[in-house]
Design a protein around this ligand. Structure first.
Ligand SMILES: NC(=O)C1=CN([C@@H]2O[C@H](COP(=O)(O)OP(=O)(O)OC[C@H]3O[C@@H](n4cnc5c(N)ncnc54)[C@H](OP(=O)(O)O)[C@@H]3O)[C@@H](O)[C@H]2O)C=CC1
Ligand SMILES: Nc1nc2c(c(=O)[nH]1)N=C([C@H](O)[C@@H](O)CO)CN2
Length: 240
């Protein structure tokens, strides 16, 4: 059953968020994306029927401005996918206090503040569609830690914990789940040595690409009975 209520994807200007937006629009969903940096593709996406909202979640006011814009424009939502993220390490960091604050702000405070603010909109959407969804994009390292992305991993662990709390708070009208990839797609700056090292961390030794994440999101949206859970997309890394 195609859901009629709009789905928000944060950080939808590129990579997984953009692939997910295009896949859902192709299936007839109404899709809203947030983007932070201006880009030429935004006009093209608007022409494809994707509503694009500029939002920077790096400050409390930025999050609250986004919330007010959605609340002023929509009376119901079918879901929100918290995909916006910065992957920064301690290696090239001059101020670890700022790094931890930045990671916590985008991966924990923004989803927390937005979920609380959108409860009524999501419940209204659930009335129309029979259910509503919150999906948190976490990370394999939320459970295992990371020696090079300590603040990032800790913040993703915070986001993973929000999955449990909001699943309990919003049931039964809103499902709340997470997706924890280990590797979906490399970045253009990743050299061969880094890529080979990363590929060898999993049993399947492949870079699955963003469609692996799109599949997981589709499963959760179609599920009628999953909440408070995490889909792990890690190629068997946990067994290496
Ligand atoms: N790629 C991978 O292999 C893996 C990804 N993940 C997780 O999956 C999700 C998707 O990954 P990927 O597609 O690589 O993500 P990206 O690194 O491409 O980031 C997605 C978007 O987040 C936006 N963003 C970053 N900071 C902010 C902010 N302060 N306010 C608003 N928007 C912000 C960026 O917007 P803009 O470009 O407009 O500035 C960017 O387009 C992420 O949550 C990631 O942590 C987890 C494990 C592996
Ligand atoms: N916001 C992002 N988070 C993560 C990214 C990314 O590109 N953006 N990439 C990874 C890596 O794939 C890592 O898992 C292995 O190289 C992790 N998180």
């Amino acid at each position: 059953m195609t859901r009629k209520m709009p789905i928000i994807i944060t950080g939808g200007g590129q990579r997984l968020g953009l692939a997910c937006a295009k896949a859902l629009v192709a299936q007839g969903y109404e899709v809203i994306i947030t983007y932070r940096r201006e880009r030429e593709d935004i006009a093209i996406l608007e022409g494809q029927g994707i509503s694009c909202i500029q939002a920077d979640f790096s400050s409390i006011s930025g999050v609250d401005e986004f919330i007010a814009r959605i609340q002023g424009r929509y009376s119901a939502l079918g879901g929100i996918i918290h995909n916006a993220s910065e992957w920064e390490s301690e290696e090239d960091c001059l101020d670890t206090a700022l790094l931890m604050e930045k990671m916590w702000q985008v991966h924990v405070f923004a989803p927390y503040r937005i979920n609380l603010a959108f409860e009524a909109l999501l419940c209204a959407g659930s009335e129309q569609d029979g259910q509503a969804d919150i999906i948190h994009m976490t990370d394999y390292v939320a459970e295992k830690g990371s020696d090079k992305h300590i603040a990032y991993a800790a913040s993703k662990a915070g986001l993973a914990n929000l999955t449990c709390s909001f699943a309990k708070r919003f049931a039964p009208r809103i499902k709340v789940n997470a997706i924890a990839p280990s590797l979906l797609m490399f970045n253009s700056g990743d050299d061969t040595e880094y890529r080979n090292k990363a590929l060898n961390k999993s049993l399947l030794r492949k870079e699955p690409g963003e469609q692996e994440g799109v599949l997981a999101i589709q499963y959760i949206l179609d599920s009628r009975y999953m909440t408070g859970r995490t889909l792990s997309l890690d190629g068997g890394r946990h067994l290496v």
